[in-house]
Design a protein around this ligand. Structure first.
Ligand code: SAM
Length: 353
């Protein structure tokens, strides 16, 4: 593994990339040969929940004037699409807190080369927005939900709102999203008791449940012992719900490993970021709400494209150069499992989950 030193990135056009950097018009490939086609865009750092594993309770949000406008996000996406990005996922913070998000979806769906646009939301505002989002062209929808118990929901999110999330899920189904995916983080000693009820609920309603291993990216102290590993969850579901078998159509590049219930009750995904990192096939690039380009959730450095996008005539070659450079600088892996791991300064909500 390469040593995990912060890499300095520069937005200076014409900076020395080193001879190995591919020509700016070529595909987005990093120094380990990973081709990038997937962009995650945070549209805001604001959130209407305060999940303990994601962000602090007392948080100062960015002034709205600091955030990229929808036009700037679309412009960035156009440049990235020209370099091979074909999938975009909107996230945050809570993306549905950004006014008229469906208008951004419409703009992104229209970008030549973009094949699909997804959204990850906590679902609190989904009931009001599901129809408009679907009509705008959104098709991939993930709703985060870690418990069906109102008390535990309050404990985990430091807010009320479980009823609204459940109403949001129902509205998404009515609006036509299929499948609706439900993302759950399980923390030992906190919500392990929710694994089986969540699985039963998702089977009953036709939602596709995906478990994400708890990662060291929140405000609270992370302990490895608190991670409920994918293997444990699979064993539990196999015992308590139905036996599971690996899905025949698993995409080796996708972060989730899918499993089908043997009784035909649907599918469960495991995002084993800690016990089985998928860095070797990572194809993701990230844009933060205020215009920083990152090559990894755990990156210690990032490059600012906002000034380039805010020039009167957006400097597209310079934006493309920053994207290439950021991808090229990607580390081999996130290093969570090594002594070299360094937690980024920003917590998940400020990067974009
Ligand atoms: N607010 C939206 C939501 O709740 O889906 C989007 C942003 S949120 C940061 C995206 C995802 O990151 C959620 O599914 C959340 O559970 C997950 N997440 C946040 N902190 C995490 C952590 N420490 N480990 C694993 N997943 C985490």
């Amino acid at each position: 593994m390469s040593e995990r030193l912060p890499l300095r990135l520069t937005t200076e056009p014409g900076a020395d990339f080193g001879s190995a950097l591919p020509a700016p018009h070529s595909a987005l490939i990093d120094s380990f040969g990973r081709v990038h086609n997937n962009l995650r865009v945070s549209v805001t750092d604001r959130c209407n929940l305060r999940c303990t594993y994601c962000m602090p309770e007392d948080v100062v949000f960015r002034d709205r004037s600091e955030l990229l406008t929808f036009e700037e996000i679309a412009e960035f996406t156009r440049v990235a699409a020209g370099l091979g990005i074909d999938k975009v996922r909107l996230t945050g913070g809570e993306p549905l807190m950004r006014k008229d998000l469906h208008k951004l979806v419409r703009q992104l769906v229209a970008v030549p080369g973009i094949k699909d646009v997804g959204l990850t939301t906590n679902g609190v505002l989904l009931a009001e927005q599901a129809e408009a989002l679907f009509a705008a062209g959104l098709r991939r929808l993930n709703v985060s939900l870690d418990t069906l118990d109102p008390g535990r929901f309050r404990e985990l999110t430091r807010r009320d709102g479980l009823d609204r999330v459940l109403a949001g899920l129902a509205a998404a189904k009515r609006a036509g999203f299929a499948p609706v995916k439900v993302n759950a983080v399980v923390i030992r000693g906190v919500n392990d008791a929710d694994v089986v009820p969540l699985a039963r609920y998702c089977r009953e309603h036709g939602f596709e449940l995906r478990f994400i291993e708890y990662m060291p990216i929140g405000a609270e102290a992370w302990e490895r012992e608190k991670v409920v590993f994918a293997r444990e969850i699979l064993d539990l579901l196999g015992r308590e719900v139905s036996p599971l078998a690996p899905a025949p159509d698993n995409d080796p590049r996708a972060p989730a490993l899918d499993y089908d219930y043997a009784d035909g009750g649907g599918r469960v995904g495991m995002i084993a970021s800690v016990s089985r990192p998928f860095c070797a096939s990572c194809n993701r690039l990230r844009l933060t709400a205020e215009g920083k380009v990152r090559n990894c959730l755990f990156a210690l450095d990032e490059a600012d494209v906002k000034p380039l996008l805010r020039r009167p005539d957006p400097d597209r070659p310079a934006v493309a150069e920053v994207i290439h450079r950021t991808v090229w600088a990607k580390w081999e892996g996130h290093e969570i499992n090594t002594a070299r791991f360094v937690k980024p300064d920003r917590t998940m909500h400020a990067i974009g989950g």
